[in-house]
Design a protein around this ligand. Structure first.
Ligand SMILES: N[C@@H](CCC(=O)N[C@@H](CS)C(=O)NCC(=O)O)C(=O)O
Length: 218
């Protein structure tokens, strides 16, 4: 039976899993959950993820949540027949994992703050000082993370988990200018990051994984 993948449109954590499933060519059944319809909180879904968050998977009756744990499980379970999402060398693998932990700890919180201020809050309630502080943290993190790109992708010529985790955050930043053109952080990010972003967007399965609601509305 195909693996069931529980997904929430726009979630960077769910997007990383989708990219990994596609890259590894793992058959899956996509279940798009609706927050508005309360589908993260149903008893059926909470039996899969008691935290009521996405992503989650069910494989051979085994339910798993937390995106990093899912990425590790996919790698270990499907390692024979598919490309690896981690670099081969232990030190490179450690750096890849460290980079993802850095993104989750230091980049995601200010990105989320900016999204809340610029895209979610009603217009007129924007707190410019919160945005300014978050934007500075984002910019310095992008500069630091950009130094880790070692080829076309983070660890050479093939994509890996770092690319799959980083891209959704960059894409969220790209959405900020939709409502406020003063916040085009992608325009000022390091040049190698711009080139890397294009490489990810050129992956053959990339457009399939775009958040469905981004395709239909701003
Ligand atoms: N640490 C979790 C984070 C998952 C998470 O926070 N997902 C958010 C979407 S980005 C969610 O499902 N939130 C529930 C909601 O918005 O109601 C992971 O890596 O999987």
């Amino acid at each position: 039976m195909a693996l069931s993948f529980y997904y929430l449109s726009g979630s960077p954590f769910a997007w990383r899993v989708w990219l990994a499933l596609e890259y590894k060519n793992i058959p899956y059944e996509l279940h798009v959950l609706s927050r508005d319809k309360g589908e993260l909180q149903t008893p059926e879904y909470r039996a899969i993820n008691p935290r009521g968050r996405a992503p989650a998977i069910v494989h051979d009756g085994f339910a798993l949540y937390e995106s990093m744990a899912i990425l590790e499980y996919l790698e270990e379970t499907f390692q024979d027949q598919t490309p690896s999402i981690w670099p081969c060398e232990p030190k490179d693998r450690a750096i890849a994992r460290r980079t993802i932990y850095e993104m989750d700890a230091y980049l995601f919180p200010p990105v989320r703050r900016m999204v809340e201020e610029l895209l979610i809050k009603p217009e007129g309630l924007l707190d410019a000082s919160v945005v300014e502080t978050a934007s500075n943290v984002v910019t310095s993190n992008l500069e630091m993370l950009a130094t880790g790109i070692k080829g076309k992708f983070f660890h050479g010529n093939a994509p890996c988990a770092v690319d799959f985790c980083f891209y959704p955050l960059i894409a969220m930043l790209g959405r900020l200018k939709l409502k406020n053109s003063n916040y085009d952080l992608l325009a000022t990010m390091p040049e190698n990051l711009k080139t890397w972003k294009t490489e990810v967007e050129n992956l053959p399965y990339f457009s399939k994984t775009l958040p469905p609601h981004w395709k239909t509305a701003a």
